[in-house]
Structure formats: C-alpha cells, structure tokens
Design a protein around this ligand. Sequence first.
Ligand code: HEM
Length: 511
Amino acid sequence: MDVQTAGSAAVAFGGPALAVAGGVSLLFLKSFLSHQVGGGSNPSQLPVVPEVPGLPVLGNLLQLKEKKPYKTFSKWAETYGPIYSIKTGANSMVVINSNDLAKEAFVTRFNSITSRKLSKALTILTADKAMVAMSDYDDYHKTVKRNILASILGPAALKKHRIHRDTLGENLSKKLHDLAPNSAQEAINLRKIFQSELFTLALKQTFGRDIESIYVRDLGTTMTRDEAFDVLVLDPMMGAIEVDWRDFFPYLSWIPNENFETKIKQMYIRREAVMKALIQEHKKKTQSEENLNCYIDYLLSEAKELTEKQLIMSLWEPIIETADTTMVTTEWAMYELAKNPKKQARLYEEIQSVCGSEKITEEKLCKMPYLAAVFHETLRVHSPVPIIPLRYVHENTEIGGYHVPSGTELAINIYGCNMEREIWEDPEHWNPERFLAEKEPIDLQRTMAFGGGKRVCAGAMQAMLIACVSIGRMVHEFEWSLKDDSGEDINTLGLTTQKLNPMLAVIKPRN
Ligand code: HEM
C-alpha cells in the first residue's frame, strides 16, 4: 500500500481511499459531510480555524500524498498560520505548529481534549487502547500509568533498574571495542548493536531476564531472539502506520476490508502468542527461583484486577517503547557527531575534563552541559515522534482564540513547533551550542519531543539517561567518522522517524 504516516497517528491517505471515494454518490457524501462535526454552525462567537482548501469528499488527502506529513504541515503553516484545519476524507482535523499553541492544547485546554483518536490498525494493535500511551485519560489510564511508573519508569524504579542500564553500557562498549579494529573494512552498524541491547534491557525490566530463544506453544514453534524481536517490536511498528481507507470515511465502515484486517490481526495474534510464551516461561522458572523484582512480578502481585489481555498489553508496552525511540535518538546524535568533527571534539573535551580516565556515569551527567545540549538538539531536529498521537476534542473548546468544535481530531506537529523561526534561529541547522546560552539546566520538555501536560512521555527520564550515557561513552572511548554519508533521509515505513539507512561508521579507539 502506498500509504504513509508520521507519528503513531495515521495522518495518511492512499489509493484505496481514492478508489472508494470515486464509487460513492457525491450527493450522499455532501449531505453527510454537512452534518459532520465541524461542518455545522459555530455556537461560540469565536472565529473558526482557517481552512486549507481541499477537494470535495477527499478534503486534503491528495495534498498529503507526500510521505512526510509533518513537513507538509509545516509548509502550510507558512501560508495559513500556526493553526489551521484540514479535512482527511470525512474527518475534520486541526493542526497546530507552534510552541505556544501546543502548550495551550497540552495544558490549558487539556480537559476538553483528553481522548485519543486511533486508526483501525492502532485500535487492533493496542487491544482497543489497553496501554498507557494510547488510552484515553480515564481510570484505566491512571491505573496502568501508576503501574508502569511504580515498577519501571518512576524515580525509585529507575534506581532499581540502574544495574541493567549499566550492563547495557558495558555490553555496548565491549561490542564496539571488539569491532573497532576491523571497522575501516566492515563499518559499524550502531543501530543493530544498540537496538539489541535495548531489547535486552526491556526484557530484563519486564521479565527479569534476557532470552536466547522461546518456545511459542500457540504457534507450535521455537523462535530465535531475533524472530521474537521482529514479532514484538518491528512488525507492530510497521503495522501501526498501516492505513485502512475506512479511517477516512467512517460511514463506510460496514464495507469489509479483509486483507487489511487479516494482516493486522495476524500481527496481533503472533505478538500475543509470544507474550503468553514469555509469561508462561517466567511463571515456570520463578517457581524454583527467587523473585526477580521485575514488572511481571509486580503486576502479578499488585495488579490482580487486570484481565489477561490487559496484563499482556501492560507487559508489552515497555518492550516496544524502550526498544525504539531511544535508539532512534541515539543513532541520529551519533550521526550528527560523526558528521561534525569539531562538535565531536568539543564533546570529547568536556567528557574528558569531567571523567578523565574514569567511565562516564549517570551521576556525572549534570556536569556535562554540552552532552545535554547534544541530546536536546538531536531531539529538536530529529524528533522521533514528529506528530503527537492524534488527540480527539470531545467537547467544544478554543485554541489560539479560535473555536474548535467537539469531534475534531487534533494533530500537534512537534516537528513544526521545533522549526518555528520566531523561537529557534536557523532552525534546520543542528547546532547544540544554541542550548548552551540557556541559564537553567535544560528542561526535558524544552523541545516538545516528549509531548506535554498530563500526557507527557512517562519514559523521558529513562530515555535521557540511556541516550546520554551511551552517547557520552561512545564519544569518550572512540573517535567516530562516517564510512559513507548515506544522507539524512528518513525512513517513513515505521512508526518513528529513524534514519532511512542505518549510520555506517568507522571508529578509532582513543587510547
Ligand atoms: C527519546 C525517546 C522518547 C521520545 C521522543 C518519546 C516521545 C513520546 C511522546 C511524544 C509521547 C506522547 C505524549 C503526548 O501524547 O502528549 C510519549 C508518551 C509516552 N511514552 Fe515516550 N518517548 C520516548 C521514550 C520512551 C520510553 C523509553 C518509554 C518507556 C519505556 C516511554 C513511555 C511512554 C509512555 C508510557 C507514554 C504515555 C504517557 C501518558 O499518556 O500518560 N517513552 N512519548
């Protein structure tokens, strides 16, 4: 399917959508659309949000044909202003492209925008919103968020899992030292190494141990660790942006789309089978071993009210969240540093002056402002989630002085916010120095890459600790250069904006 999206929200369109639209009576659609939310009268005295002109029935779908909607959104902001509305088929969507307006939506107007709008693919893959990041802001959200904070992501839990993060750093360093002597001939693919280490970390946090393989009874097969990674992480990342044309024409939902549903349901079934196998294996082993103090132990003893499905989703959530975004950020940072030897040298000098011959540790991060600046500048220029998973306005509200009616989808274009010229000088340019001018320590939410308000990313601190220590350690121990500059193009096939081609680097140990 030639359909693409950005962020976990499907801001997408495609051939099938067009085909169907052509076959349906225009008259029927016109009368339907006029009754759609947003198409009615404005009960408030506020002006309506400026509209980007589009076509009847399809709205702006055709204009979103290019594969990076966050870039199209930013371009439109130059003409229509930082807030405008578009039509994706029958749906009305308001798009926000500025820091101030994003904050207003995240915080001031939050009570009117507490739910998510999920595509059909995400509805299946999230077991109908049964995870923290994709649920509505309701009691279920509060319960599962409390669980994940208590056992994995909150300050006490982060302390408990420190040992696993330290092991990640050691393994990463060892693997790079093993590969370094040959790296001029066989370039280092950091993504492969780092992603695997993050998967190990996620498995340890969740199940207390890594795996080499796993017998999956429901599928009647033994899977290697790599195969399990594909089923748990890669396939759902691809599946999450699959588009069903019915997403844009909800009134046609009665028409079956079996190919689509079979494909996504298969992903769901395989993931569930692997998760069940991991749970079974854990229960078998822990009968003879000590309590491993991991997430599953916590949930089995403290969250007995969860159904089996909810338990599976709760355990799967940190696995997919740990394995991807942190890797994407770290790879982009190392790519920029390898491309900019002067900035790499500046970072090395900072680390050397703080750590000398000792290893970089989490405690030392606060003494390294340039390392923090590298991290935040990378998030700003290469936000892994460029559009916040779509929010849904469930009661009339206002944003930026405009009336936003109930039933509108809300897309907050993080990329657009981070490219705002009034706030960032020369915004396209990767320049960590811009953060050094700031007096306070850099706020984790400065770039909006982690979202904001009550739904701000719960894993921001873990991501920051892992990414900063890893980037620091890799620069402290090796000099990095690019084998070939494969460019900055972005892979639009997955959920997050990773590099299209993995960075291939040559590394030279520093004494
Ligand atoms: C650089 C790395 C990361 C980035 C850029 C990132 C970004 C985001 C964004 C944009 C959101 C949506 C916020 C919103 O709707 O306003 C989010 C939510 C969330 N993230 Fe992250 N994330 C990262 C790493 C992680 C990690 C490592 C974990 C956990 C292991 C995690 C767990 C979560 C959770 C649980 C939520 C849902 C919070 C809620 O709805 O209350 N994230 N993240």
